[in-house]
Design a protein around this ligand. Structure first.
Ligand SMILES: [Fe+2]
Length: 437
């Protein structure tokens, strides 16, 4: 009888959603199982008590990088509902969890994600460059920015104890990197590439990324152990492992080449990243292996998507648009922006991206109507590039009157448009890699 009781207690201790997990098998799946991982990034969540509908704040987000911060509460809720419906073995968030590292935003996001944990789905987070020791943390509750608390690395690990750090089979002592065994034969290396230690009032938030020497050695050891135990491994970083556009090389980890060599040495085929806010898949040949960096686009930005990764005998990644319309309908929400979110989000993103564009192009001596057509073309290029679907729309865009005007004006669009329209082109929303089993 006692032996039976002990067996029942052990089963309860390792079952998902029971508050305690087996650190050598967080999902509880048997070896050899296919695991599904949902991955979202750059949510840039802002706690409702730090936000407002003030003219100042709406003006700020409307002229920035297209983050739909005015609906971030709803976007977060829709993600939680969709992930619970999808029932993956894990939800991975690759940083920029918050708008600008506000402590209150971290706490509120962790609370929101508890619903995913309660549904028996483990959540693993790492920080992005906006999340820790960020001197730009502000409250917009009363309109103009006011002071609010930021977080230290220690506070970050404490807030997200149940969302990664508590389930780690190993933690790096020099950073917020950790390793989890999702199944006995699939390990996730959650790597902290952020540089936040020297942030100060003059340099409030260092956006660069690197993996320190000690962390690199820790990663090498973890991957050696994974190999010894016959486990596959994938890594996740906030910054991109490789550059995804020759004009945006600063988005990549500074020593990405060194990191990729370690991954190649241990047969790690894929890194998951964010940061650039663009849906893009880059690859490099390293030590006779192809290493892929899958950058999922920002959940806060058109087309508000995340990725679904299946890892079994092959690895299959597919991007997926958040269905805000279905979520709003299911929740009886009457807001027309949410009920037509795809169109609303496209327009919001376009307006943010083309700020000042029409004025600048008018100076080239074309009419207001022609300037509007050219602005439409650049909005379309931006929206499709950020969504990873530019290869599908490229020919249609090139035939448009607006694009012809853009190219005819010579300087306009320039190197940026060229870098997008001239490829290389691949399906940036889908990747299948044979894992050789
Ligand atoms: Fe971001």
């Amino acid at each position: 009888m006692k032996r039976f009781m002990l067996a029942v207690l052990l089963v309860l201790a390792i079952a998902p959603g029971c508050g305690r997990t087996d650190k050598e098998n967080v999902s509880g799946l048997p070896p050899g199982s296919e695991a599904t991982i949902a991955v979202a990034t750059d949510i840039h969540y802002l706690a409702p008590e730090l936000s407002s509908d003030s003219e100042y704040f709406l003006g700020l987000i409307s002229s920035a990088d297209g983050k739909q911060t005015n609906y971030i509460e709803e976007i977060g809720d829709a993600l939680v509902a969709e992930v619970i419906g999808l029932k993956p073995q894990a939800l991975v968030l690759t940083g920029d969890l918050t708008y600008n590292g506000e402590k209150r935003s971290h706490e509120k996001l962790a609370q929101k994600l508890k619903a995913v944990l309660d549904a028996g789905i483990p959540v693993f987070v790492i920080p992005g460059n906006h999340d820790i020791n960020n001197f730009n943390a502000r409250s917009y509750a009363t309109g103009a920015p006011g002071w609010t608390r930021r977080v230290t690395p220690e506070e970050f690990a404490k807030i997200y104890r149940d969302l990664g750090y508590g389930a780690a089979r190993s933690r790096d002592e020099q950073s917020l990197s950790y390793c989890v065994a999702l199944t006995p034969d699939l390990w996730l290396l959650m790597l902290d590439t952020c540089v936040y230690k020297d942030n100060n009032v003059s340099n409030p938030s260092d956006a660069s990324g690197e993996l320190g020497e000690e962390t690199l050695a820790w990663l090498d050891n973890q991957l050696k152990e994974a190999n010894l135990q016959g486990a596959k491994a994938i890594t996740a970083t906030h910054h991109n492992l490789f550059s995804h556009n020759r004009l945006f090389s600063s988005y990549a980890v500074k020593n990405g080449g060194q990191v990729a060599e370690v991954l190649a040495s241990h047969g790690v085929p894929v890194n998951l990243s964010g940061h650039i806010h663009v849906q893009n898949i880059a690859s490099q040949e390293v030590k006779n292996r192809t290493i892929y960096d899958i950058a999922t686009s920002s959940l806060a930005v058109y087309t508000n998507q995340y990725g679904v990764l299946k890892v079994g005998s092959q690895l299959e990644y597919q991007s997926k648009e958040l269905n805000m319309e279905a979520w709003a309908t299911a929740n009886g929400i009457a807001d027309p922006n949410l009920l037509n979110f795809e169109a609303y989000s496209y327009k919001f993103f376009g307006n943010a991206g083309s700020g000042g564009f029409i004025e600048r192009i008018k100076s080239l001596g074309i009419s207001q109507e022609e300037a509007a057509l050219a602005a439409n073309a650049i909005n379309e290029i931006n929206a499709r590039y950020f969504s990873g679907t530019l290869p599908i729309y490229r020919d249609e865009i090139m035939k448009s009157e607006g694009y012809k005007l853009l190219t005819n004006t010579g300087s306009f669009g320039g190197a940026y448009v060229d870098s997008l329209m001239n490829g290389p082109f691949m399906d940036n929303g889908r990747l299948v890699v044979d894992l050789g089993n």
